[in-house]
Design a protein around this ligand. Structure first.
Ligand SMILES: Cc1cc2nc3c(=O)[nH]c(=O)nc-3n(C[C@H](O)[C@H](O)[C@H](O)COP(=O)(O)OP(=O)(O)OC[C@H]3O[C@@H](n4cnc5c(N)ncnc54)[C@H](O)[C@@H]3O)c2cc1C
Length: 538
């Protein structure tokens, strides 16, 4: 006999955990199938630990190697994704950024272009953010303080971060006390999804409190293979457990697909929902011809300016030898110090050439020399600082396609980073601006010299971008919501897969445009909103 639940959620990531929690609290019996591992691990819990795992390789990540990118001299880029309960929120840098109100107004316009779809305007989205947020500092029109997701200030601020914040102010940008406040523009310090040095992932915040609730069935290391669709309705799911045994489970209510922007389109296609010709090429039966599945891939590309410091500043070698022991003890004994920060406390949002216009760039101050393997062949690592900048609204658009009809195969990911010349032009403006930051006091007083890039001509900076551009880990948009009549819209404004009953997409795949900021908070907002839609309270 197959098991039957009210709802089945595929993927316990940022959005999936929130949706699951809301549905269970609403009284539904929910099966959450998560392909990855349990989320409790010391290196995941402490803010900087995850970067060690990322560097050394870990079962908590799935690394998508992109198809070779001709515009990046044939290079393949790597896009890591969480392979663990909590998904991205368990392995991320924990910066809590919601994007800006105009992101959501923009979505609203796209979705309501020609119909009276449900509103996605900022004032209708803000209550979702506020409900989830347990801010330790703010409690006002824009913030909630009693939600489960603890959001707090950095536990430690490195001097390098302070000098960066002061240098950008000297360049004319205002100090911004809250990037989720009245204005996005300016320089300041992030808030983070952590609580006194302990990560607050979607797993900790939303699933752990349900561990004794009989309405939640949680299965880890359970890889969904496909969604069962009969008579135009999603009725269940086929998955494999960790022993490789295959199971079929049924949903009386809905199937909610939350496997992240790179796997959600793969699972739709394996279930027969996607571009008909592509599915047929792989011998898959077409259930619904939706040309937009896997298209519209957007990600924030990042490129850094890197400098060597003239003294022992920043975080270099803080995770080794005696430094590691001292920092670890300080954390264990007093709950403070360098282990309470991810290492990227300071940031700014700005427009490098038109300061009064909406920000086009986000930049993080990373108090180490942040170099890729290629650069490390030429540049000796030392104490230093990197300003890593991100294009908030990239024009380049990529896609996700099937490599084969075998669920075990990773999809073919083509992010097309910097394929659109306008993105390179914006990167060049940013690189020149942040090189200036390195030459502005008080940061300039601590810098020996900039080591990358060295050539600031258009050609030199273009080459630098092609050599080092990478993901800022925010793939989005591959099963987008869109207005009626948009042939590339996979979802309607209620996050329902067009043409299929009982199936919604609830993760960063669903967004019509990438938000101007980091994507964990927006993903959680989508989870909360999706639950409201499933429960019929919206
Ligand atoms: C290294 C890194 C650093 C980041 N830093 C930040 C940051 O500082 N701030 C910020 O706001 N954002 C950050 N992000 C981005 C942010 O965390 C993600 O955008 C967000 O978590 C995406 O949420 P999601 O629900 O769309 O997908 P995910 O959280 O990726 O969830 C998808 C889930 O589905 C599971 N899954 C996949 N395939 C299957 C399958 N076949 N069967 C069952 N389960 C499956 C996965 O294991 C995963 O748990 C970072 C991301 C990464 C990877």
């Amino acid at each position: 006999m197959t098991e039957t639940f009210d709802h089945i959620v595929i993927g316990g990531g940022s959005a999936g955990c929130v949706a699951t929690s809301r549905l269970v609290e609403g009284g539904a019996k929910v099966l959450l199938l998560e392909g990855g591992h349990h989320h409790r691990h010391p290196l995941l819990d402490m803010p900087p630990g995850v970067f060690k795992l990322l560097k050394n390789g870990s079962k908590f990540f799935k690394i998508h190697k992109t198809i070779p990118q001709p515009q990046l001299n044939g290079r393949s880029a790597e896009i890591p994704q969480g392979n663990v309960l909590g998904g991205g929120s368990t392995v991320n840098g924990q910066a809590y950024v919601r994007g800006r109100p105009s992101d959501y107004s923009e979505w609203n316009e796209i979705l309501r272009g020609n119909n009276d779809a449900i509103s996605w305007d900022w004032m209708d989205i803000l209550p979702h953010f506020k409900r989830l947020e347990g801010n330790r500092k703010f409690n006002d029109d824009l913030h909630g303080c009693d939600g489960k997701l603890v959001v707090s200030d950095p536990g430690y601020i490195d001097d390098m971060a302070r000098w960066f914040v002061q240098a950008v102010q000297a360049q004319g940008e205002p100090f911004n006390p809250d990037f989720n406040g009245k204005a996005q523009r300016g320089v300041g310090y992030f808030q983070f999804t952590y609580n006194q040095g302990q990560r607050v992932s979607a797993a900790y915040a939303f699933i752990d409190p349900l561990k004794n609730n009989p309405d939640l069935t949680l299965r880890l290391q359970s890889q969904v293979q496909r969604i069962l669709i009969e008579g135009g309705r999603a009725i269940g799911v086929v998955y494999k457990d960790k022993s490789g045994a295959q199971h079929t489970v049924h949903a009386d209510g809905e199937v909610i697909l939350s496997a992240g922007a790179l796997i959600t389109p793969k699972l739709l296609m394996l279930s027969g929902v996607g571009p008909a010709d592509h599915l047929q090429d792989h011998g898959l039966k077409v259930v619904e011809d939706l040309q937009g599945v896997g298209q519209n891939l957007k990600d924030h590309p990042d490129v850094s300016v890197v400098a060597r410091a003239n003294g022992p500043y920043g975080y270099w070698k803080q995770d080794r030898g005696w430094n590691m022991i001292r920092n670890g003890l300080e954390f264990k004994l007093f709950g403070r110090g360098k282990v309470t920060t991810t290492g990227l406390e300071a940031a700014c949002f700005l427009n490098p050439t038109d300061p009064e216009a909406p920000p086009t760039h986000e930049a993080y101050c990373i108090p180490i020399m942040y170099l890729n393997d290629e650069q490390l062949k030429d540049i000796k690592e030392d104490y230093g600082v990197s300003i890593q900048m991100v294009l908030l609204k990239p024009k380049s658009t990529g896609e996700v396609r099937l490599a084969s009809a075998n669920p075990a195969d990773m999809p073919l990911v083509n992010p097309n980073f910097l394929n659109d010349q306008r993105d390179i032009d914006e990167m060049i403006k940013g690189l020149r601006y942040f090189r200036q930051t390195m030459e502005t006091k008080p940061l300039a007083d601590k810098i020996d010299r900039v080591v990358a890039p060295l050539d600031y001509s258009d050609a030199g900076l273009t080459e630098h971008c092609r050599k080092v551009v990478k993901t800022n880990f925010h793939p989005s948009g591959t099963a987008k919501m869109g207005a009626d009549g948009d042939k590339m819209a996979v979802l309607d404004a209620r996050m329902r897969v067009r043409g299929i009953e009982g199936l919604r997409v609830c993760d960063m795949s669903a967004v019509p445009e990438i938000p101007a900021g980091n994507t964990n908070a927006p993903a959680m907002m989508l989870g909360d909103r999706c639950a409201d839609l499933v429960m019929g309270v919206l």
